[in-house]
Design a protein around this ligand. Structure first.
Ligand SMILES: NC(=O)c1ccc[n+]([C@@H]2O[C@H](COP(=O)([O-])OP(=O)(O)OC[C@H]3O[C@@H](n4cnc5c(N)ncnc54)[C@H](O)[C@@H]3O)[C@@H](O)[C@H]2O)c1
Length: 362
C-alpha cells in the first residue's frame, strides 16, 4: 500500500505513477532553452520560406504533371463524380481502370471513355469486401499493369438519424468510405514506393471537417478519411518516398450525382459535378495536398476552433437544413437483395449481392 507521502508524490508528478507509465518531470530529458529557441527560429525561417513559395506558386501557377500513359484506378467509377474524373483522365492519356459494384454504370462509363478514344477497363468489385479488393487488385496488375494513380472515390451515405440507422448500414458506411481505402492502398502502394512514382487521392468531403445532422456515420467516416490521408502523407515523407504524393479532396455538396437527392443548401450553392471533377484533376496534376471546394471554405474552417459552439451550430443548421440521400435504382444484373424486405433507405448498392466472380470485367 502506498503511503500518504507516496500518493502525494504520484499526484504531483514527482514519482512515476503506479497505474500509468508517466515519467516524473524531474527525470525527463530536457532541451536547453537555447536549443529550443534555435529550433523555433529554424522552424519559423522554414515556415516563412514555404509560405513565400506557396504565394509565388499561386500567383505564377503550379507546374502540371503529365499523366500520359499512367494507369489510373477510380473506385466508384461507374457513376457520379468517379465517371467524370475517369473521362478527364482518359482525355489526358491515362489508361483508366474503373471499380464499381454497379455493373450497368460501369458498362456505360467504359463505353463513354472508349467513345472519346480512351483505354478503359471496368471491374465489378464490392468495396465492402476486403477479399474482393485484394483479389481484383491482383487481377488488375496481371491484366492491365501497375496502378500509379489510385483515386479512392466510391462512397455511400445512409442519411438517417443515428438511432434510426440500422447497424449494418453504419458498418457499410465505414467499410466503403474508409476501410476500403486501407485495403486499396495496401494493395497498390508497395509498387508505387518501389518505383518511387505514384499518387493516392482520397475523395473525402466537407462533412469530414464539420458535422451534419442525419449524417453521423457519413461524417465520422469522412473525418477518418481526412485523417487517413494526412497520416499517410506524413508517413510517406518520413519514409522518404518523395515520388509518391497524396491529395485530399473535400468538396461541399455536389448536385446531380447519385448520392444526395435533395440538399437544401442555403447561402452556399451546391457544386456542379463537372466543376468538382476539374478540380480533382487539377489537384492531381499539381500534387496539391489538400483541395477544399469551394476554396474560400479554407478561410472559414479555422473559425470552427475559435468561435463558441452555439455559433457553429447555428451556422451549420442554417446552411444545411436537410440533406436527403438519393434512393439507388436497382441495376438489372444485381437484382438479388441481401435483405428480405429492404425499405426505401435500404435500396442502395451495398444491399445487393455482387455478381459471381467469373464475369467481373466489363
Ligand atoms: N455528392 C455529394 O454531395 C458529395 C459531396 C462531397 C463528397 N462526396 C464524395 O464524392 C464521392 C463520389 O460521390 P458521388 O456524388 O459521385 O456519389 P455517387 O453515388 O454518384 O457515386 C458513388 C459510386 O460509388 C459506387 N459504390 C457504392 N458502393 C460501392 C461498393 N460497395 N463497391 C463498389 N462501388 C460502390 C456507386 O455504385 C457509385 O457509382 C463519394 O466518396 C462521396 O462521399 C460527394
Amino acid at each position: 500500500m502506498a503511503s500518504d507521502r507516496e500518493s502525494t508524490e504520484y499526484m504531483n508528478g514527482i514519482r512515476p505513477g503506479p497505474l500509468t507509465r508517466e515519467i516524473p518531470e524531474c527525470m525527463r530529458d530536457k532541451y536547453t532553452i537555447i536549443q529550443t529557441i534555435l529550433d523555433v527560429l529554424a522552424f519559423l525561417m522554414l515556415a516563412i520560406g514555404h509560405v513565400i513559395q506557396a504565394i509565388y506558386r499561386s500567383i505564377r501557377g503550379h507546374p502540371k504533371k503529365d499523366l500520359k500513359g499512367c494507369i489510373a484506378l477510380v473506385t466508384g467509377g461507374g457513376g457520379g463524380l468517379g465517371s467524370l474524373v475517369a473521362l478527364r483522365l482518359a482525355r489526358l492519356g491515362c489508361v483508366v481502370v474503373l471499380w464499381d459494384i454497379n455493373r450497368q454504370g460501369l458498362e456505360d462509363t467504359v463505353k463513354l471513355v472508349k467513345g472519346i478514344g480512351g483505354k478503359c477497363f471496368g471491374y465489378v468489385v464490392d468495396l465492402a469486401s476486403r477479399d474482393d479488393i485484394y483479389n481484383t487488385a491482383k487481377q488488375v496488375e496481371k491484366e492491365v499493369g501497375k496502378v500509379s494513380l489510385l483515386i479512392n472515390n466510391a462512397g455511400v451515405v445512409s442519411g438517417q438519424y443515428l438511432l434510426d440507422t440500422p447497424d449494418y448500414l453504419i458498418q457499410r458506411t465505414f467499410d466503403v468510405n474508409i476501410l476500403a481505402h486501407f485495403w486499396t492502398v495496401k494493395a497498390f502502394l508497395p509498387a508505387m514506393i518501389e518505383d518511387n512514382d505514384g499518387h493516392i487521392v482520397t475523395i473525402a468531403s466537407m462533412a469530414g471537417q464539420v458535422g451534419v445532422a442525419k449524417l453521423v456515420d457519413y461524417c465520422a467516416s469522412k473525418s477518418a478519411a481526412c485523417g487517413f490521408d494526412e497520416a499517410l502523407r506524413l508517413e510517406l515523407e518520413v519514409k522518404g518516398a518523395k515520388g509518391v504524393n497524396t491529395s485530399l479532396i473535400c468538396p461541399y455538396f455536389i448536385r446531380a450525382t447519385g448520392m444526395f437527392e435533395e440538399v437544401n443548401s442555403r447561402f452556399v450553392p451546391t457544386l456542379s459535378p463537372n466543376e468538382v471533377a476539374d478540380r480533382v484533376v487539377l489537384a492531381i496534376r499539381t500534387n496539391e495536398p489538400v483541395a477544399v471546394i469551394p476554396s474560400y471554405f479554407r478561410l472559414l474552417l479555422p473559425f470552427k476552433w475559435i468561435v463558441p459552439w452555439a455559433c457553429i451550430s447555428e451556422l451549420i443548421r442554417g446552411l444545411v437544413p436537410d440533406a436527403v440521400p438519393a434512393p439507388m435504382p436497382l441495376p438489372d444484373t444485381l437484382q438479388k437483395p441481401v435483405l428480405a424486405t429492404p425499405s426505401k433507405a435500404d435500396s442502395r448498392p451495398m444491399t445487393l449481392t455482387p455478381p459471381s466472380r467469373h464475369d467481373r470485367q466489363v
